[in-house]
Design a protein around this ligand. Structure first.
Ligand SMILES: Nc1ncnc2c1ncn2[C@@H]1O[C@H](COP(=O)(O)OP(=O)(O)OP(=O)(O)O)[C@@H](O)[C@H]1O
Length: 716
């Protein structure tokens, strides 16, 4: 049987075709997998750079471009284009095998020749070089897979912009390497992430050594080429062309997700949109397929922070895992709901009486502080309770007296600590007497319950959005699975931490040293949106939850689009009116209302916007308002976490609102906490902005948020 490979670009072009044409495409290419390809009419052009590129008729208007292996037994589907464009494409391009990765790569020879002439002329006048030989010797570039034809060209490039102009014409791997170097990655890191990753993730190679170079190269091109085993698989891929993440994992994603076995907890980190969730989903799938046959259903847990995110994970998992018996092995539920279920079962089955309203909790602390005459504010006591007492699971005053208070900015001598402890005891006692719980207490109790049992409920636990979990939640997660091989797999990004839960994984028995991997290519957002959003963070260096610092070096996107738009207004009604007009522009340009997100710092502004949209006849719904809905999605920045939209408008980014005063501890109460809270608020804005795939608009009324200073008044 012939080997059929599908290039990622082919799938993306297929996605944009009309249904009847898609059907024809399937009918044509199905024949390749059915080994009846000999009867297919593959046309050769008279003048072409690569004689192995052939075109095939799909309809009178559309043609496919196929790379035919020398042996005639393997084919790679590359493009589907209108007739003339397909011929033109096939005439100008050439396929080759990369020297470092041994994977297949395609280049536009004609455009490269033209670009070289242009760059030469430019280089005569412009002395700056992006890749001077003194910094990037030939030997280093060649070892990373930049070949002898490309090296002389890139020596002429003056800046990143000119490199980007070559994106679509030079071989993709070589462009990835050069962009990585240009954005600050070290050659060793590129070698590890882009070169070695390919070597380790070579796909199915059956028969590949028997002489067909194309088949072997396709098998080594993970992330760009998917090998298709037959018509059913072909149909499976073509049915959901927008979900390329199911099939085309980048090698740096693949090697993490499909690593055979980790000796202990492992972790994937990376900026927004780098595919951490995608990797977590594939990891769960991999683990489920590795289980012995007699493993019970639901023995792998896939979990995350909130109920909404868990629902999204569940939806994606169902897309990814088609085998029912494998899917049944994975249970998806959010951390708090699972802890609640365990505690509830332990305490007789009745629903737990939860205290969830933060205002109510703070008011209780205030009453206790007054009654006991302790001189601490309600906010201070609440933070001390959550961040020290619950975080370290302290149960006695002696423990609290000795406890380290890292992360808290006010020193507490022993007498003061005893005062705090009295307040904590009173607060907890009040909850106990009323039979009430807070979320974190439920997690702590669930951990206690499971700790006392011999058997752990899960074989593997995969955790998404791990950066926001509190130590009490980590302790609970730790008790769900026996420590050892593949026990915990974490996906998270400390730049997106918005709940101020600083944790040291090591101290919680989660050691990821040597098993932590960072993703750097953004698949969601354009480079313009990414660079703009990242510049908001300038100066902030988050920790990596493991004692080191995270870095944004090499974090990049290969997609391009418009620069984000910023706009300030005198009043709220004016800002909303302009927003409605922009949303109309977007829908008028063909963007579905559901693909538009409006992020606000507090829900009331969201409601005002929803009302204005309703009056303007634009369908909209406020996320988390308890009812589903259609139309433009309006949500608080917290609700935006984990979501993505084609167009995003972040609205009401005013001084005094972002950061939100009430969410930031006063500097007099605790200077360190004050800084942490400010970082949390900045991260929140970053999270909201990085939800946008194609267009981002940020607006305010009155004075703009101080966080916008780097972009609204760019420094010279
Ligand atoms: N290999 C891939 N091929 C195609 N699309 C991908 C790939 N990896 C990720 N994506 C897409 O990129 C987008 C971002 O992926 P994902 O949500 O997993 O990123 P993330 O790192 O978890 O983001 P965030 O931290 O911002 O929530 C999604 O639309 C996803 O489908």
């Amino acid at each position: 049987m012939a080997t059929l490979g599908m290039h990622r670009d082919f799938l993306l072009e297929f996605a944009a075709l009309e249904k009847p044409v898609q059907k024809r495409v399937f009918e044509v290419f199905e024949k390749f997998t059915a080994a009846t390809h000999t009867g297919l009419h593959l046309e050769k052009l008279t003048h072409q750079k690569d004689p192995r590129l052939r075109t095939i008729r799909i309809t009178g208007f559309w043609r496919g471009v196929v790379l035919k292996g020398e042996s005639g037994d393997s084919y790679l589907l590359l493009k589907v284009l209108p007739h003339d464009k397909a011929n033109d494409w096939a005439a100008k391009h050439r396929a080759s095998v990369n020297e470092a990765t041994q994977g297949i790569e395609i280049r536009n020879d004609v455009a490269l020749e033209r670009a070289t002439a242009g760059l030469r002329a430019l280089a005569a006048e412009e002395p700056t070089r992006l890749f001077p030989a003194s910094d990037y010797p030939d030997k280093v570039l060649r070892s990373l897979g930049v070949d002898e034809e490309i090296v002389p060209i890139i020596r002429l490039i003056p800046d990143e912009e000119h490199l980007e102009a070559l994106h679509k014409v030079m071989p993709e791997h070589q462009y990835d390497v050069l962009l990585g170097l240009a954005t600050g990655m070290k050659p060793e890191a590129i070698d590890r992430e882009l070169v070695q990753a390919y070597a380790r993730t070579a796909g199915r190679t059956s028969g590949a050594d028997d002489g067909d170079e194309l088949e072997a190269a396709m098998a080594r091109s993970r992330g760009r080429v998917a090998l298709v085993s037959g018509p059913v698989e072909l149909q499976g891929i073509l049915e959901r062309p927008f979900d390329a993440w199911r099939v085309f994992l980048h090698p740096s994603q693949y090697r993490v997700a499909y690593h055979e076995r980790y000796a202990g907890p492992a972790r994937v980190t990376g900026g927004p949109g780098t595919g951490k969730t995608v990797v977590a989903l594939h990891r769960a799938y991999h683990l489920a397929r590795q289980l012995p046959e007699d493993a019970p259903d639901g023995c792998i847990l896939l979990t995350t922070f909130t109920r909404d995110l868990a629902a999204e994970l569940e939806r994606c998992l169902t897309l990814l895992v088609e085998e029912e018996n494998v899917r049944a092995k994975i249970r998806v539920v959010n951390v708090d709901a699972l802890a609640n279920e365990i505690v509830r079962a332990e305490h007789g089955g009745a629903p737990l009486k939860m205290v969830v309203d933060q205002k109510e909790i703070t008011a209780r602390w205030a009453r206790i502080a007054r009654r006991l005459e302790v001189d601490f504010t309600d906010v201070f006591l609440d933070q001390e309770w959550r961040q020290i007492v619950l975080a370290q699971a302290l149960t006695a005053p002696e423990e609290y007296l000795k406890a380290p208070r890292t992360g808290r900015g006010t020193a507490l001598p022993p007498l003061k600590r005893l005062q705090v402890w009295r307040a904590v005891t009173a607060f907890e006692e009040q909850l106990r007497q009323a039979g009430e719980w807070t979320f974190l207490q439920v997690c702590a109790e669930a951990a206690r319950v499971l700790d006392g049992r011999e058997k752990r409920p899960y074989r593997h636990v995969v955790i998404d959005e791990a950066q926001d979990l509190h130590p009490a939640q980590w302790r609970f997660l730790r008790t769900l699975v026996t420590p050892g091989q593949d026990d915990l797999f974490l996906a998270g990004d400390t730049y997106q931490r918005i709940y101020g839960n600083r944790v040291s994984l090591r101290s919680l028995g989660v050691r990821v040293v040597g098993r932590s991997h960072r993703l750097r290519i953004n698949y969601r957002t354009t480079q313009e949106i990414l660079a703009w959003s990242a510049s908001l963070l300038t100066g902030e260096e988050p920790d990596d939850m493991d004692g080191g610092n995270e870095t944004l070096a090499g974090y990049r996107s290969t997609m391009h689009g418009e620069r984000p738009e910023t706009a300030g207004y005198a009043t709220k009604p004016e800002e909303i009116e302009a927003l409605v007009a922009r949303l109309r522009d977007w829908t008028g340009a063909g963007v579905r209302a559901e693909d538009i997100g409006v992020a606000v710092r507090f829900v009331q502004l969201g409601r005002d916007i929803a009302q204005a949209l309703e009056q303007a006849g634009v369908a909209a719904c406020v996320l988390g308002a308890g009812r589903g809905g259609t139309g433009v999605r309006i949500g608080t920045m917290h609700r935006m976490k984990g979501l993505e939209f084609r167009c995003v408008a972040v609205t009401g980014v005013n001084d005094g609102t972002v950061p939100m005063k009430s969410a930031v501890t006063a500097v007099e109460v605790d200077a360190q906490q004050h800084q942490e809270d400010l970082n949390g608020e900045l991260n929140l804005l970053f999270v909201a902005c990085t939800r946008a795939r194609e267009a981002l608009r940020v607006s305010w009324h009155g004075a703009p948020s101080p966080f916008l200073a780097p972009v609204v008044n760019p420094r010279p």
